[in-house]
Ligand binder design. Structure first.
Ligand code: CP3
Length: 343
């Protein structure tokens, strides 16, 4: 289907454009009253993720309400561990919980991987296909996956954590096992993302949400090679690598076969640009907390951000929008980008 607004894809391909495209990580979620209304009627988060009609509906809500330049398919990074044989629960107000975790070599060997695991995610592909159809070419549709290290972190730790020390312990004490697990996760992600591209994802974003808790040396050993393997395995679509907190790895990420690099707010646009070089597009990076400020302050901050990136840029926050962000702030952010023109 012909896209009516392909700004995101033109920028990702390196073309010069009149203004940056804008979308927000976690735009499909609790900031929208429409989302909360759908969610309230359900048994829980997983029912929404696993019902393609509803997942497609909440995917499109931010395009209707916020007029963003892209949709991101509503799902979660934890569908991959589940497809590999490790079920998760989403506990209200607490977050993800894995009743069983990875503790030994035999736990890893028992995991299903690659295409067999990816074939269990039919509900995601159905949601993508439906969202794409119902978007009718209004904006591109982003597909995503967690990065191998971030998924390992949840599979070993069993829940969110400040330190992920169980997961990091595995890297230090059983590196061969960690690599075996990362390989199985990577093969599953590749099969999954190829399917997503086939079902209509226009761009893929990899979330390495826990990249920043690794040392540069650990990151280079346990994350970089797997991210690169994924980037080079989905040549059909542009890829964004967003490694939260892993500013120390920027030069390594800049060498990957990706088109876009996501930045969080811990690094300035100037430093990001000089360390990445001109070959990649940068995405980000306003602090999500800035959206608690008033509209005029937000507009000023957005203009400063766009000036600092100065082109080859996708406007976004430095991480997902927080659920209690006033809709007014979110709209001021989006509108300020849409009103901007490059000189
Ligand atoms: O709009 C979008 O960005 C698309 C949907 C999306 C969700 N999760 C929906 C969701 C995406 C891209 C994700 C990715 C995801 N999930 C990440 C990587 C991005 C990041 O934030 O670093 C991670 C680490 C997860 C794991 C996860 N899922 C956690 C830790 C939580 C609980 C925290 C919370 O916000 O409540 C979730 C639940 C989740 N995933 C919600 C949403 C909208 C909350 C939903 C609800 O309770 O209705």
């Amino acid at each position: 289907m012909e896209l009516k607004n392909d700004l995101l894809l033109r920028v990702a391909r390196g073309e010069a454009v009149e203004r940056p495209p804008v979308w927000l990580m976690r735009q499909a979620g609790r900031i929208l009253p429409q989302y909360r209304a759908v969610r309230e009627k359900l048994s829980g988060f997983k029912e929404l993720v696993e019902t393609p009609e509803l997942a497609a509906e909440v995917t499109i809500q931010p395009v209707d309400e916020l007029d963003v330049d892209a949709a991101i398919i509503f799902s979660d990074i934890l569908v991959i561990p589940e497809a590999m044989g490790l079920d998760y629960e989403m506990v209200e107000k607490r977050g993800p919980l894995f009743p069983r975790t990875i503790r030994s070599e035999s736990d890893i060997e028992k995991l299903v991987d690659g295409e067999t695991a990816a074939s269990r995610l039919g509900y995601v592909y159905d949601a993508l296909e439906l969202a794409r159809k119902n978007l009718g070419g209004r904006v591109p549709l982003i597909g995503f996956s967690g990065a191998p290290w971030t998924l390992l972190a949840y599979m070993v730790e069993g829940s969110g954590s400040k330190t992920f020390s169980k997961a990091k312990r595995l890297l230090y004490t059983e590196p061969a096992l960690a690599h075996r697990l990362l390989e199985k996760i990577t093969q599953t992600i590749i099969a999954y993302l190829r399917e997503k591209a086939r079902y209509g994802a226009d761009l893929i974003q990899l979330f390495d949400s826990w990249g920043g808790i690794l040392s540069p040396a650990l990151y280079r050993e346990f994350s970089t090679p797997y991210l690169q393997q994924i980037c080079s395995s989905i040549p059909e679509v542009p890829v964004t690598v967003f490694a939260k907190g892993a500013w120390f790895a920027l030069e390594d990420i800049a060498r990957m076969d990706c088109q876009v690099i996501g930045l969080d707010w811990n690094i300035s646009a100037e430093e990001g640009r000089s360390r990445v070089g001109g070959q990649k597009v940068l995405q980000g990076n306003l602090d999500p907390c800035f959206l608690y400020a008033g509209p005029s302050q937000i507009r000023r901050a957005v203009r400063e951000m766009l000036e600092a990136f100065g082109g080859r840029h996708i406007a976004n926050l430095g991480h997902g929008v927080y659920p209690d962000t006033p809709l007014e702030g979110v709209k001021a952010f989006v509108q300020a980008v849409k009103d901007y023109r490059y000189k």
